[in-house]
Design a protein around this ligand. Structure first.
Ligand SMILES: NC(=O)c1ccc[n+]([C@@H]2O[C@H](COP(=O)([O-])OP(=O)(O)OC[C@H]3O[C@@H](n4cnc5c(N)ncnc54)[C@H](O)[C@@H]3O)[C@@H](O)[C@H]2O)c1
Length: 392
């Protein structure tokens, strides 16, 4: 695949939805797309307000005629150009994800979408079907699963290194909503986040819980089949969900526990994953993302570092600097952008399609089913089944 970029002859062209100058994740997307030269950024819609979209786009350095007032205008403008966008990256407020993605797919564009992919499971299934019908690529930006060492965890489980998976513990603790931020003052971001109609079915799940579930599922290569969840708020009087704890049952009967809260005072973006097999266990923690702990029953603990020369090629390919040099979310995002680009170029060139691990719309849809099952379990009590995805 290494010559695919040369044979394709140009970087792919990416249009953005969201990611104005003040959005930190917008900067992450823009930088990640550019990091390895797979993409060029051509324009976009940078605000829900048409005037601000134009000024924000110009501030970011885009040509004024490609700073569009809304998604429809962007798609009309880009599809009319000979040098129009090949794909759309969506990093706007949650309620805009589904309509923007559906419109891009219908226009024949590939999508790199931030999470949650939609408001609910039905919309997510619709995106799965549109993606398949149109033969497009749809990546979901679950960055944690694109770190080299979480990919190595996945590789180890698949390779049978820890034996049969028995139990998974996953947690994502964050402190951003540990105080009553909703009492104000509210900036634009907090306004949409604290409006459940805009942020989604359960705030903490659209914000961070989705990443934790996704990481657990892909690491053991199994979807969540059933969940018994408690969904609520740790901060007194809060009307949105800031905490979910759950027992999980993955396909094949693997058990798990899940905790996601953004009301954990003192927490940063603390993601932890532990997979226990019948011969040993793996631990990964976002505070030390370049290391993976492998503990085999009766053997000394091994700390494996990103960049260790014996790692599988697909894991080494996810890093860019020697062991010990910090890499993080930017590079993980860039892994997703790079893989989507390579698959897209290969498809255009008629090459065999590479089997990359970037998260796809089916995974985003499973997450929406998981969120709905958590809510159903909480409401009715007991276990709730996670709805299956549309058949191929
Ligand atoms: N993958 C991750 O790790 C990760 C991390 C943080 C945020 N996110 C996701 O990114 C998205 C944005 O989050 P944020 O914290 O940057 O929010 P934000 O409010 O700070 O930024 C949203 C951006 O979108 C623009 N915008 C608003 N309405 C728009 C519209 N209708 N069309 C186009 N642009 C519009 C805003 O001007 C702003 O630039 C959310 O969906 C969130 O879930 C993902």
């Amino acid at each position: 695949m290494s010559d695919v970029k040369a044979r394709f002859g140009r970087p792919l062209r990416l249009a953005l939805v969201g990611g104005g100058p003040a959005s930190w994740i917008g900067r992450m997307h823009r930088s990640a797309a550019l990091l390895d030269g797979w993409w060029e950024l051509v324009g976009g819609v940078f605000s829900g307000d048409p005037v601000r979209s134009r000024t924000a786009g110009i501030e970011l350095g885009f040509a004024p005629d490609r700073c569009y007032p809304d998604v429809d205008a962007m798609i009309a403008g880009e599809t009319a150009r000979e040098d129009g966008a090949d794909a759309v990256a969506i990093m706007s407020p949650n309620d805009t994800h589904y309509p923007a993605a559906a419109a891009a797919l219908d226009a024949g564009l590939d999508v790199i979408g931030d999470k949650p992919v939609s408001h609910d499971f039905a919309q997510a299934c619709d995106l799965v079907e549109r993606t398949r019908r149109k033969g497009r690529l749809f990546a979901v930006v679950h960055g944690y699963s694109a770190y080299p060492m979480t990919r190595y965890a996945r590789w180890l489980v698949k390779d049978g290194a820890i034996g049969e998976p028995r139990f998974v513990q996953v947690e994502y603790l964050q402190g951003s909503n540990a105080t009553r931020v909703e009492d104000g003052p509210l900036n634009r971001r907090l306004e949409w986040l604290f409006d459940p109609a805009r942020s989604g079915l359960a705030l903490v799940m659209s914000a961070i819980g989705c990443h934790a579930q996704h990481l657990a599922s892909v690491t053991i290569g199994r979807q969540v089949a059933r969940v018994a969840a408690e969904v609520g708020a740790l901060v007194p009087g809060r009307r949105v969900v800031d905490h979910v704890s759950a027992l999980l049952e993955f396909e094949g009967g693997v058990r798990g526990t899940f905790t996601a809260t953004n009301a954990a005072a003192g927490a940063e973006n603390d993601v932890r994953l532990r997979v226990v097999g019948d011969r040993g266990l793996i631990e990964w923690c976002h505070r030390e993302p370049s290391y993976l702990r492998l503990a085999m029953q009766g053997e000394p603990l091994r700390v494996i570092g990103r960049g260790d020369p014996y790692l599988p090629g697909e894991v080494i390919a996810g890093g860019r600097s020697p062991r010990g040099h910090p890499e993080g979310m930017l590079q993980a995002f860039a892994n997703i952008y790079g893989e989507v680009a390579q698959e897209r170029m290969a498809r255009s060139l008629g090459d065999p399609l590479p089997a990359f691990q970037y998260p796809r719309i089916e995974e985003g849809a499973h997450t929406m089913g998981f969120i709905e099952a958590c809510l159903a379990s909480h409401e009715r009590g007991g276990w709730a089944t996670v709805a299956p995805l549309p058949a191929q």
